[in-house]
Design a protein around this ligand. Structure first.
Ligand code: C2E
Ligand code: CA
Ligand code: CA
Length: 658
């Protein structure tokens, strides 16, 4: 270190490495020049000087020079050398210049003792040309150039003065002045070189920073800010990449879509901020499972996309593991919430060969899993393929359907269990398509919702139901099912009200039935729709209560009139647990001042049990199945009426009608 300081060598790594690179290229030339020039002098003095001066010493000098040439030629490339190594080489080159300068100049002065004026002249030229050549080669190491100048010029000038020849004294002084000027120019050039290296270094740093920032930006553009997981863009980009390689290598991989089961309910009950926290906690759990071969990305909302590239035969287990990871409740702000998730998987190439196909199939599988077994995960199979095919044909038939001709309504009575009178009818939509036959209402309603044509269907069914209602006794009310999308659409609500007015029906006779899913989709819009219908005088019933999430919050916060207990409870009524639940629901409704209707009564025994529990209003096959208007009117005629007799008076007839 000290010797470097003393020699005035640079300590900046970038400069040292740049210097090293230049020297590696120039030093071999410098020694080659020395060898050639020394050989020329030895040759011109061969006849005059002793052998040790014209043979042995030149050979030694050539060996030393060749060693230096090889040393530099074989040294490491500048691109891979580190600063310490470069510094070592530069220091070496500087120090080696001293003995070699002395050796060459000493040899030249000795040989100058021999020969005539021409030979003396050759020595002077040798010293001048060689030194200027060497100094020029050392342009990137000015310290060495200065040393060479000092160790060659001074002895030669001194020697010339001692010799006393005026011409050679003048030549020596001339050489000293010229080398002085050359060295001055070299020093200026070296400063410019140093500045250039520094600018290059700064540019390189800036470029590296720019690259780092652009990498960071690219990463941010591919990351979901809420969960820290990769985002939708990354997911589809990666999927395309996998498809490209998969098409060539035939390597299989799995695409998956996962969706939280109860996120909407949590979001509605606790607010969006809480929902965001929950999503971020979900992201954390997923991130714990993600890795090189399992990409988990947030596609938006509560939907996540996955890509499995290894161990694809275990894809279902891997997917199920993700469902299980979310099955444990989350603790957020002191609240324990349980969301759960379901997933659908599709394997390349079996389930599809394009991103669209694979995504569509996994999405379909998810939709299917949600309807049969929430909280689990399934792989797209032949069974799904068949379902898709039939659904696609139903979709096509529904889109081209003549609603007026193909839709009709059936009516199922709602009975007062105390007086056995008919309180009303529930209108149930029926679709008979000339292309695909009879399609169950649950299926065509869901399909219509998916296709965005539910409003037209609802309105047509409602028109028909109101039209039929006009043929029924005034005491009979109409219960009409609305789909999730109907109640949140102000336009549909408006049209429903218009239909009631146009039909001249008392709005109080109409009850609209809504399921919890309808309310969960957009709570605020649903409430405003409900309020408009109620302000008209119509009533609102919460349908299928107990089958969904049955958030008590809904019962409490919603402007409701009735609750319809899901028919699944009736079948359990013989067991104490089932009875307890049914009893508790009734108690809850009574506390909240809501009418409670029990659906799905199929036997006399069930009816008796329900009665003993205090249920007043019931519906089910025991009384009657849904039937067209004419059949319903005939059924009424056959003994039932809006103000009716007890079943004990006429139990047989009851059954025969049902
Ligand atoms: P929902 O609103 O719960 O209607 C009651 C369903 O239970 C009807 O099925 C009815 O036939 C059936 N049911 C009645 N009593 C009994 C019984 O004692 N035992 C059994 N096992 N079932 C009984 P349906 O007509 O097949 O309708 C199914 C669902 O389709 C309805 O369930 C409703 O959610 C939907 N739906 C039907 N019509 C319409 C409609 O016009 N609009 C809308 N949005 N949805 C409708
Ligand atoms: Ca209903
Ligand atoms: Ca129901």
């Amino acid at each position: 270190m000290n010797i470097d300081k003393w020699l005035g060598l640079s300590t900046e790594p970038a400069i040292m490495i740049a210097q090293y690179g230049e020297l590696k290229r120039q030093i071999p030339w410098m020694y080659s020049l020395l060898i050639v020039n020394a050989l020329a002098v030895a040759y011109t003095h061969y006849l005059y000087a002793p052998n040790w001066l014209v043979i042995y010493i030149p050979v030694l000098l050539i060996i030393a020079s060749t060693w230096r040439i090889l040393h530099w030629m074989l040294s490491r490339d500048a691109a891979i050398v580190d600063a310490a190594r470069a510094r070592f080489q530069i220091r070496n080159a500087t120090l080696v210049s001293i003995p070699l300068s002395i050796a060459f100049v000493g040899w030249a002065l000795f040989i100058d003792q021999y020969g005539g004026q021409i030979e003396h002249g050759h020595v002077a030229i040798f010293i001048a040309v060689t030194m200027i050549g060497c100094i020029t080669c050392l342009v990137h190491l000015p310290q060495a150039a200065l040393l060479v100048m000092a160790f060659v010029t001074s002895p030669y000038v001194a020697y010339s003065f001692i010799q006393g020849n005026r011409v050679f004294i003048a030549i020596a002084i001339n050489i000293a002045l010229v080398t002085g000027v050359v060295v001055k120019i070299l020093l200026d050039n070296f400063s410019a070189f140093v500045r250039l290296v520094r600018v290059q270094e700064t540019l390189a740093i800036e470029q590296r920073e720019a690259q780092r920032l652009s990498k960071e930006n690219a990463l941010l553009a591919m990351t979901d800010s809420l969960t820290g997981l990769p985002n939708r863009r990354y997911f589809f980009q990666r999927l395309e990449e996998l498809l490209c390689t998969g098409r060539v290598s035939k390597e299989r991989f799995v695409v998956g879509v996962f969706d939280l089961d109860r996120f909407k309910a949590v979001n509605d009950s606790y607010g969006h901020l809480f929902g965001d926290r929950l999503l971020s906690a979900v992201g954390e759990r997923f991130a714990g499972r993600a890795g090189e071969t399992l990409v988990i990305a947030r596609l938006g909302g509560d939907e996540f996309g996955i890509l499995i590239t290894d161990d694809v035969d275990r894809a279902r287990e891997i997917g199920q593991d993700l469902c299980d990871v979310l099955a444990c409740p989350f603790e957020i702000d002191g609240n324990r919430v349980s969301v759960g998730c379901s997933g659908g998987l599709a394997m390349f190439p079996e389930a599809g060969s394009s991103a669209h196909e694979l995504f569509d199939r996994s999405d379909y599988t998810l939709y299917h899993v949600k309807s049969v077994r929430r909280g689990s995960c399934a792989l797209f199979s032949l069974e799904h393929e068949t379902l898709i095919r039939s659904e696609r044909s139903i979709e096509a038939a529904l889109q081209g359907a003549n609603l007026e001709a193909e839709l009709h309504v059936q009516f199922q009575p709602i009975i007062c269990a105390e007086t056995m009178t008919v309180l009303g009818v529930e209108a149930l939509g029926r679709w008979t398509s000339p292309r695909v036959g009879v399609v169950p209402p649950e299926q065509f309603i869901t399909t219509a919702e998916r296709l965005g044509i539910i409003h037209a269907i609802t309105l047509k069914l409602f028109q028909k139901a109101l039209h039929s209602l006009a043929f029924m006794p005034q005491a009979i009310g109409l219960s009409f099912n609305l789909s999730a999308q109907d109640i949140i659409s102000p336009d549909t609500v408006c049209r429903l009200i218009d239909e009631i007015t146009d039909a001249g029906i008392d709005p109080k006779r109409v009850t609209f039935e809504l399921t919890e899913t309808a309310l969960m989709r957009d709570f605020t819009a649903a409430v405003s729709g409900i309020k408009r219908l109620r302000s008209l005088g119509s009533r609102i019933a919460l349908d299928d209560f107990g089958a969904g999430y049955s958030s008590l919050g809904y019962l409490h916060r919603l402007p409701l009139d009735r609750v319809k207990v899901d028919r699944s409870f009736v079948s359990d009524i013989s067991k104490p647990s089932g009875r307890n639940i049914v009893n508790a629901i009734l108690g809850l409704c009574q506390t909240l001042g809501l009418d409670c209707i029990i659906e799905g009564v199929e036997t006399e025994q069930q009816l008796q049990q329900l009665r003993s529990l205090g249920y007043r209003i019931a519906q089910g096959y025991y009384f009657a199945r849904p039937m067209p208007l004419e059949a319903f009117l005939a059924w009424l005629e056959s003994g039932w009426s809006a103000e009716l007799r007890l079943p004990s008076e006429n139990p047989k007839r009851l059954k025969s009608v049902a």
